[in-house]
Design a protein around this ligand. Sequence first.
Ligand code: COA
Length: 260
Amino acid sequence: MEKEYVRCRIEEGIAVVTVDNQPALNALNAPTLTQLDQIFESLAKNQEVKGVIITGAGEKSFIAGADISEFIQIKGEAAVGFMNRGQRIFDKIEAFDRPVIAAVNGFALGGGNELAMCCDIRIAAENAIFGQPEVNLGIIPGYGGTQRLPRLVGPGKAKEIILADERINAQEALRIGLVQKVVPRGQAVEEAKKLLRKIMGKGPVAVKMAKKAINEGLKLSLREGLDLEAQGNGVCFGTEDKDEGAKAFLEKRPAQFKGK
Ligand code: COA
């Protein structure tokens, strides 16, 4: 039987997905990517799941990048297919229709940083280190780093990180907006759960439409994005939850949302 590189534990509506490829610092090899993909496919069908956390096993590393030992056999054009496959899996995670939080517990290098950037929000333990070291290997980021990093931190900072392999610690990541919160070592998953529970108290359709408007809107012109926002609200205004939200406010009580 194939080794289990990715675990998924579901508790109280939250799925904690743990990449575990120790002692190789949770490097993303081919089976790890396949298992990650399969887990997200099954989470997409499981409506009990209201939010997802991605983390790495152990306290040293979130994910130290793609598995470098697999690079030797990949040449030229074959690399395009290899990268496209990883990109498609990461796109799927980014577009997951419920919130996904990265709990970054250590090294988030290369594919690790790229996976964290596909998540909606990143929470870093104070020992986290972010970077895109691919140029050291004579290659460039392959799972979205050249595209998502500049969108998150701006092109100048992204070029410093990618061209010079500048490593970023947790506090610097917070300062440049790469992560949203820094917590003590070992606390990232708990903090992510806290945030997900808060989101889970809101209208589920509203959360889904807001995520979609933000993600899709970043690829569009402002006018097109505004249209998307209006359409998203068209969906929200057709839900029972919208009536419940307004009624609960006026009756000064917490809303009981149903997700419809
Ligand atoms: N792919 C394959 N193996 C990896 C790996 C990766 N991306 N990152 C770490 N490992 C392996 C190491 O080869 C080592 O294996 P070994 O014990 O069999 O020699 C093990 O994980 C532990 O790593 P090590 O380098 O000994 O730990 P360290 O604390 O000295 O350094 C890092 C940690 C993260 C700085 C270092 O491992 C590193 O630079 N990794 C590569 C990061 C990278 O370039 N990622 C982008 C890939 S595109």
